[in-house]
Structures are given as structure tokens and as C-alpha cells.
Design a protein around this ligand. Structure first.
Ligand code: SF4
Ligand code: SF4
Length: 364
């Protein structure tokens, strides 16, 4: 164990702990931008700089290992001035479009600028440098004018999704992320998982489907479990005026944390789709009998209530079993069901119907 002092408070941490992590242990929050606990630290943005007694220059605490006897100051006047200057330099290259930005209210750059009371400097940005919404990806909206070059998108795509889509291009003032060799995202083998969006601290990468439909503080977030497969990922449905306008991942999700696949993050438009079946349908002749048949009509799907539909299904299964035996029936379950639902279907097939003919769509 290593003993050090942070703002005069003694703290003991295991070897390999960074000063940023050690500060967290004693309730001291050091601001960060390029750092994220899910991603490896790069020490790029320098917002997390701290003073270390006896050291000449401020150090980035996210990459600084705690060492024995270290005495750290996280909020000295010189450090606060440093952070303000860094924020001012970031804002100098940033568009002044917080009023219309989709992540206004949930932007880490905005929050820090507020906390440190930093304004966009008058000598700053002379206008947009990149085309807004520049990538044809149907789910990810790219606006590199809002990029602060933190590289979180690069690391999220590499370390979490393993697709290596983003890389940093150009030098100095022109440095910015590009997909592949400066192509578009899908061409660079993007799977549209949205991890880069989830980890981007600004509005440079945002969700295209919900753009302009509602900011974080305008929606009610409802935690739920994804219905697309049996992994059990959880996420938040962002609900505005009774409609789901977006899905956001959350570190609170025990199985998946901030990570989701394209289906979980962006496959939600079926919820309010006009073609969605919300009531059971059965063939007309099953309700009205074949006598009334006119050409084509008896086979027509008609809406009915659940009791009628379930009674019909039960009666038909019973008839088939009586006339042809239980093994003439087979049951196919689905990866879109929960484990519990699949278990119940197994019981239904074997114990209610009396057949071992049960299989799962994942074997097809
Ligand atoms: S959407 Fe996913 S796969 Fe595509 S660039 Fe972003 S992180 Fe990589
Ligand atoms: S696009 Fe977002 S995550 Fe990527 S470098 Fe820019 S600000 Fe950071």
C-alpha cells in the first residue's frame, strides 16, 4: 500500500492507483474531459492537472501513479488558472451553438465552463470549420466543429466495440477524428453500436434519429431490459410526451454498463410504428366459420381480443394432439424472449402438450 496526502487528507491506496483515483477515495473530485473510467487514460486534455509538492510543473492526475509520501494539491490558485486557460483554449475553437446543440444540458465541456465561469473568448472561433452532420451513417450524427480532440471516441470504438473505426488525423489546429483513412463510418466497418456517441463528452457525436427531438432534461428516463436477445442488457428509454424518442446507455446497467449493440441503442422505432401489431389477429373463418365464406375473405386476418385468440390456439392445439398425437406438434421459442419465458415454453411443450419437439431460433 502507498501513503500520500491529497489536499492535506491522508489516503492509503494500492500500488498502481492513479492520483485521480486516490483523490476520488477521499471525496475530492478532480475535473476530467478526456478521461473516462471505462477507457485507458491518455492524459491528453490536461484539465485534471494537479500540483505535487516539490515538482516543478503541474501533472495530469489521470496518468500519474500515486507514490509514497506524495503531497498533492488539486485546487490551488495556479491549478485553477491552468484549468481556466485550457477551457478557454478549447472554447476558442468551439462553435457558439449551445442554444441549438442536442447535448446542451448534458455536455461535459458546458458543465466545466459553467463551473469555472469561462466564456468563449472574443478572439476565438471565426466560424465553422467542418460540415455539420457530415457522415451518412443513419444513426450517428457527426459535427466535428464541436470536437475537443479528447479521443474518447477512438478509444471507445477500439477498446469497447473492437472495430477500430476512428483515428486522429492531421496535426495541430486541424487535428480531428476521422473514420478509417478519412472515409465514411460505414465504409470504415462501423457497426453503428453508438459507443463513440455514448463516450463523446460534447455534441460532436450525437444520436441522429433523435436529433432536435428533446434534450436530456426534457425527457423522463425509464430503465428497462432490452427485448432483442437474451443477454439482458439494460438501458434507459428517454420518454417525452409519452413517446420514446431515444435510448441511452448507463453505467448503472449491471450486464453491459455503457455498452449496447445497434439493436439495443437504435432499434426502438418499432415502439410507435403504425404497422406494429398491438392486438391479436386470427383468420376470419376461425371466428365466423367457413359457411359465410366469400372469395378470399375467410383467410383474412381480423383483430380480436386476447381471450378469443388464446382459446382458439388452445382448441386447435388440442384438436391436433387428439387427432394426430402430441409428436405432431413442435414448438419454436425465440432469442427475443427472456430465459424465463423460454423455460416456461419448455414446460408447456413437454408437460402440457406432451412432446419433446421444442427448439430455439438460435439453432437455425
Ligand atoms: S458506432 Fe460503434 S462501431 Fe461505429 S464508430 Fe462508433 S463505436 Fe465504432
Ligand atoms: S468526437 Fe467527441 S469523443 Fe471524439 S475526440 Fe471529438 S469530442 Fe472527443
Amino acid at each position: 500500500m502507498i501513503n500520500l496526502k491529497i489536499n492535506g487528507k491522508e489516503v492509503q491506496v494500492p500500488e498502481g492507483t492513479t492520483v485521480l483515483q486516490a483523490a476520488g477515495q477521499v471525496g475530492v473530485t478532480i475535473p476530467t474531459l478526456c478521461n473516462h473510467p471505462d477507457l485507458h487514460a491518455t492524459g491528453g486534455c490536461r484539465i485534471c492537472v494537479v500540483d505535487v509538492k516539490g515538482w516543478r510543473t503541474p501533472m495530469a492526475s489521470c496518468t500519474l501513479p500515486a507514490s509514497e509520501g506524495m503531497e498533492v494539491e488539486t485546487h490551488s490558485p495556479a491549478i485553477l488558472k491552468s484549468r481556466k486557460t485550457i477551457l478557454e483554449l478549447l472554447l476558442a475553437n468551439h462553435p457558439r451553438d449551445c442554444l441549438t446543440c442536442d447535448v446542451g444540458g448534458s455536455c461535459e465541456l458546458q458543465d466545466l465552463s459553467y463551473e469555472y465561469q469561462v466564456q468563449v473568448p472574443e478572439w476565438g472561433t471565426k466560424g465553422t470549420r467542418y460540415i455539420a452532420d457530415s457522415d451518412p451513417n443513419p444513426f450517428v450524427r457527426v459535427d466535428m466543429n464541436r470536437c475537443i480532440q479528447c479521443t474518447r471516441c477512438v478509444r471507445a470504438c477500439t477498446e469497447i466495440q473492437g472495430r477500430f473505426v476512428w483515428t486522429m488525423a492531421e496535426r495541430g489546429f486541424d487535428t480531428h477524428p476521422v473514420p478509417g483513412a478519412d472515409t465514411d463510418m460505414l465504409d470504415a466497418r462501423c457497426e453503428s453500436c453508438g459507443a463513440c456517441v455514448a463516450y463523446c463528452p460534447t455534441g460532436a457525436l450525437s444520436d441522429k434519429m433523435s436529433y432536435g427531438q428533446g434534450r436530456t432534461h426534457q425527457v423522463k428516463k425509464v430503465m428497462t431490459t432490452c427485448t432483442f436477445c437474451g443477454v439482458g442488457c439494460q438501458f434507459e428509454l428517454n420518454v417525452k410526451d409519452g413517446r420514446v424518442i431515444r435510448v441511452t446507455s448507463t453505467e448503472e446497467a449491471p450486464v453491459n454498463g455503457n455498452h449496447l449493440c445497434v439493436k439495443g441503442r437504435y432499434g426502438y422505432d418499432f415502439i410507435h410504428h403504425p404497422d406494429r401489431l398491438v392486438k391479436p389477429k386470427v383468420r376470419r373463418y376461425l371466428i365466423e366459420g367457413k359457411k359465410k365464406k366469400t372469395k378470399g375473405k375467410p383467410w383474412e386476418w381480423v383483430e380480436t381480443d386476447w381471450d378469443t385468440a388464446l382459446d382458439l390456439a388452445a382448441r386447435k392445439l388440442h384438436d391436433v394432439r387428439t387427432n394426430f398425437g402430441a409428436d405432431s406438434i413442435g414448438v419454436l421459442t425465440s432469442a427475443k424472449c427472456t430465459n424465463e419465458e423460454n423455460y416456461v415454453m419448455n414446460k408447456f411443450a413437454r408437460q402440457v402438450l406432451g412432446t419433446n419437439n421444442i427448439d430455439h431460433c438460435a439453432r437455425l
